[in-house]
Design a protein around this ligand. Structure first.
Ligand code: AMP
Length: 286
């Protein structure tokens, strides 16, 4: 049972009627695919009411990024949510205007620390501050018991977890595994920018991460192993695609691994033509 809500004021009134019901939140930018659906499914299974937000957040796009051409497909999104929620209450907050989230005079930005510096943070200045600011506001408006995020955006997930801890926000953060297409490419709304040749090149992202993870395990998690470092160096030098990074970091601190590291994240970002793609694999200490 999908119910479309187009303004913050309407959402606040509706939220107040939910009383003690358990609420799960799934923040998205829309153009929903099976990756988003897995988050919604998890929320529907665990909560009495699920709130899905659909908002292409201008504050998380850089000036030369794809804010204007980002796919906006509300009708299709509502159909998908109708299928996935399968008769269970699902409120869809899709603000009609940007001002609904950022009214005139809006002047507050969450300023993140160290977790926002490596990986995507190096290439997208201000991106994570924009994400944290909108997610904080969505938490305030929807007051969820739990919120669902995909491990595909690994750094985003780490940042949100940290923000919730640091600002003592009463919400449980649930992480969901990466959903991939049949060829191994992680599902993303941006995949549709890829033509057939680009898509073939894009597969280098998951295949390189998989091979890196294999080598990393073979060399007993030694990031200075020659075979591993050579493989990473050669991969980054591939001129058919434009790698932004291919890093192995401590999964909880997002810093270079240390003797205390229990879990590693092997994360990569590449541009294929104009399309920027990210992906990651985690490896646990045995
Ligand atoms: P987005 O609409 O791209 O902002 O993504 C909304 C949420 O869906 C984020 O928590 C993403 O991590 C998650 N998500 C996007 N793609 C995938 C995927 N392929 N598998 C799992 N979660 C995903």
């Amino acid at each position: 049972m999908v119910e479309l809500i187009r303004s913050t004021s309407e959402l606040k009134v509706r939220r107040a009627t939910l009383n003690t019901q358990k609420v799960g939140l799934v923040p998205t930018m829309g153009n929903l695919h099976r990756g988003h659906a897995s988050l919604v499914q998890a929320s529907v299974n665990r909560n009495e009411v699920t709130i899905v937000t659909i908002f292409v957040n201008p504050k998380q796009f850089g000036p030369n990024e794809d804010f204007h051409r980002y796919p906006r497909t509300l009708e299709d999104d509502l159909e998908l949510l109708d299928r996935v929620s399968n008769g269970r209450p699902c409120l869809v907050y899709a603000p009609e205007t940007t001002q609904d989230i950022y009214p005139d005079g809006f002047d507050t930005t969450i300023s993140l620390g160290e977790l926002s510096r490596p990986l995507c943070g190096k290439f997208r200045p201000g991106h994570f501050d924009g994400v944290a600011t909108v997610v904080y506001r969505l938490f305030s408006i929807t007051r969820p018991h739990s919120a669902y995020f995909g491990a595909k955006d690994f750094q985003q997930l780490a940042i949100i977890r940290r923000m919730v801890l640091d600002l003592d926000i009463p919400v449980e953060i649930i992480s969901m595994p990466i959903i991939r297409d049949h060829d191994g490419l992680a599902l993303s709304s941006r995949n549709q920018y890829l033509d057939k040749d680009d898509r073939q090149l894009a597969l280098k992202l998951p295949s390189t991460l998989t091979l890196s993870a294999q080598l990393f395990k073979e060399c007993h998690h030694n990031t200075t192993d020659r075979k591993l470092t050579n493989f990473i160096k050669e991969s980054l030098a591939d001129s058919q695609v434009e790698w932004q990074y291919l890093d192995i970091l401590d999964a909880s601190t997002l810093r270079p691994p240390s003797a205390a590291t229990q879990e590693w994240v092997i994360a990569g970002a590449m541009k294929v033509g104009k399309t920027r793609l990210i992906d990651n694999i985690t490896v646990q200490k045995k």
